[in-house]
Design a protein around this ligand. Structure first.
Ligand code: 5GP
Length: 178
């Protein structure tokens, strides 16, 4: 048992369950984008990075990847500030591309709502959202998520890309913080 397990109330989603669900999501994406060209996976850093690398290995439709970094939480805070800042933008034009935003978690929806609006203004052919975790009870912004890994309760989670004060993103499972 890793040391950091002591920081947590336990594992919410174990490694096998995560990987099985990502396999299913990959299958749905393969089905929905079959035969299409111009698919671009936009990973939202930093939390989405583990999810992206596992998901993209299950996507057999030709695709490119790119990254954006946004922040709406300060280090050490567990509540969204409601203000979204773009820390790193895409390095390419997305006009005419089919965008799939790959996000770690949707909480209030503020971040994705802002991001989707911003990307929409750049005239892609389509935009869909794929989020590993979803906290429906916390939603403030009215945003449609096309692919959801897991609906989870209103708890603060970390691991599998998600941080606890910038640490533990490397864990292969999702744990609940104390
Ligand atoms: P939203 O804008 O949907 O309220 O917040 C989205 C962002 O808040 C996520 O991308 C993530 O960075 C952070 N966040 C929300 N809930 C959690 C959580 O339970 N754990 C961690 N580590 N980050 C979270």
């Amino acid at each position: 048992m890793p040391d950091n397990y002591r920081l947590s109330k336990g594992i919410l989603i174990d490694e096998d369950t995560l990987q099985d669900r990502i396999e299913v999501l990959g299958g749905q994406i393969n089905h929905d984008y079959a035969g299409m060209t111009g698919l671009l996976l936009v990973c939202v850093l930093k939390g989405g990075v583990l999810f992206l690398t596992d998901l993209m290995r299950r996507i057999h439709v030709p695709h490119a990847i790119d990254f954006m970094a946004v922040s709406s939480y300060g280090v050490g805070q567990r509540e969204t500030s409601g203000v979204v800042r773009i820390d790193m933008d895409l390095r390419q034009s997305i006009e005419g591309k089919h965008l799939l935003i790959v996000e770690d978690i949707v909480d209030t929806g503020t971040t994705l709502n802002y991001l989707k609006g911003l990307l929409q203004s750049r005239q892609p052919a389509s935009i869909k959202i794929c989020a590993l975790l979803n906290k429906p009870s916390r939603r403030v912004a009215d945003i449609h998520i096309d692919y959801i890994g897991f609906d989870i309760p209103d708890v603060f989670v970390y691991g599998y890309g998600l941080d606890l004060d910038e640490l533990y993103r490397n864990l292969p499972y999702v744990a609940i913080a104390k």
